[in-house]
Design a protein around this ligand. Structure first.
Ligand code: ADP
Ligand code: MG
Length: 327
């Protein structure tokens, strides 16, 4: 698979919870389990699911910002799962992340110029003059004036701060960017500007994006394929076109029914999800979704559904994918 940039196989991240006077491990958060997908060069995979379902955990674990509990990660065909931080360092310039709240991720005591110089210093790229030139180019490219260099993050609006976060992420021309809800905290009017900037940059630099969002409407315009997560697992993965037109998994269907459509009769009648999301400390048996699924049968309570290809390039983890396919 020469055009594959990233491959994630069975990626699992369980956070230990410590408690009691001896601070022993008393529980686990099953934040991400058996997550499998690949990302081609220049491709965008949307990763969608309710808050707390493990999206950020997947993004950060595959970058090795967290140590995986299980599974494998391959970047450009090379396994990176067990590389040390030192061994990861040369790869860091190829794999970047943009956060939901750039204010938290940008050092408030540093000027924008200093923030943008840091990646070059860390990776020992360029002379001081070359770095200065690149910083001015970067600011221009993300739509900020040159004088922004001398200001501090708090002097900018949310959208402008996200532009700074983007400039920092693209400074070393990465191959992969994890976009972790990059527009969720922004005004709707600003969201599309930032999304468009990300799309332009992707085209120019042939980057791959894992684009994380909590609802399907945001990823619709950016994704080539979409993966839907529920309680730590990918439940459905297919092309962007199919996920909106031919969703098979009841969870995806219910997420779709929450998006307003011009003609509501076109969509199968599925009510908004009932009940609360169960705790990832104690996920339900069998299919994690059975407690909220309008189609659940006995088997769903006892047997974990396999994540399998139910139609060409269309993966779903539901015992009744075939029956629900055309509904
Ligand atoms: P999402 O990005 O989809 O909102 P997260 O990946 O942030 O979800 O979180 C998944 C689950 O893991 C949540 O229940 C969250 O509380 C838990 N979690 C996240 N980070 C940690 C951590 N460092 N230690 C313990 N639990 C965590
Ligand atoms: Mg998150």
């Amino acid at each position: 698979m020469s055009d594959s940039l990233l491959e994630v196989r069975g990626l699992t991240k369980h956070y230990p919870i410590y408690g009691g006077i001896l601070m022993k491990q008393v529980a686990k958060v099953y934040a991400a389990s058996q997550v499998t997908f690949s990302l081609k060069k220049g491709e965008t995979l949307g990763l969608v699911g309710e808050s707390g379902c493990g999206k950020s955990t997947v993004g950060r674990t595959l970058l090795k910002l967290y140590r995986p509990t299980g599974g494998q990660i391959f970047f450009e065909g090379k396994e990176i799962t067990d590389l040390s931080e030192k061994e990861m360092r040369p790869l860091r310039q190829d794999m970047q992340i943009i956060f939901q709240d750039p204010f938290e991720s940008l050092n408030s005591r540093h000027t924008v110029g200093k923030i943008l110089e840091e990646p070059f210093l860390v990776h020992k790229v360029g002379t001081p003059q070359e770095r200065e030139k690149r910083i001015v180019e970067l600011l221009d490219r993300v739509g900020l004036p040159e004088r922004a260099r001398h200001k501090y993050p708090h002097e900018f609006s949310g959208g402008q701060r996200q532009r700074i976060g983007i400039a920092r992420a693209i400074a070393l021309r990465p191959k992969l960017i994890i976009c972790d809800e990059p527009v969720s905290a922004l005004d709707v009017s600003i969201q599309s500007q930032i999304v468009n900037l990300l799309l332009e940059l992707q085209k120019e630099m042939n980057m791959s994006y894992l684009f994380i969002a909590h609802d399907l409407s945001v990823v619709k315009h950016v994704s080539d394929r979409v993966a839907v997560m529920y309680l730590g697992k990918i439940v459905e993965l297919t092309t962007a076109e199919r996920i909106y037109e031919k969703a098979m998994h009841p969870y995806t269907k219910s997420l779709l029914s929450a998006i307003p459509v011009p003609d509501p009769t076109k969509r199968a009648e599925i009510q908004a999800l009932k009940g609360e999301v169960p705790s990832p400390r104690n996920p339900p048996s069998g299919c994690h979704f059975h407690t909220r699924c309008p189609f659940a049968k006995d088997v769903c309570r006892t047997k974990v559904p396999e994540f399998k290809e139910e139609a060409t390039e269309h993966f779903s983890a539901c015992h009744f994918s075939q029956e629900l396919k055309d509904q």
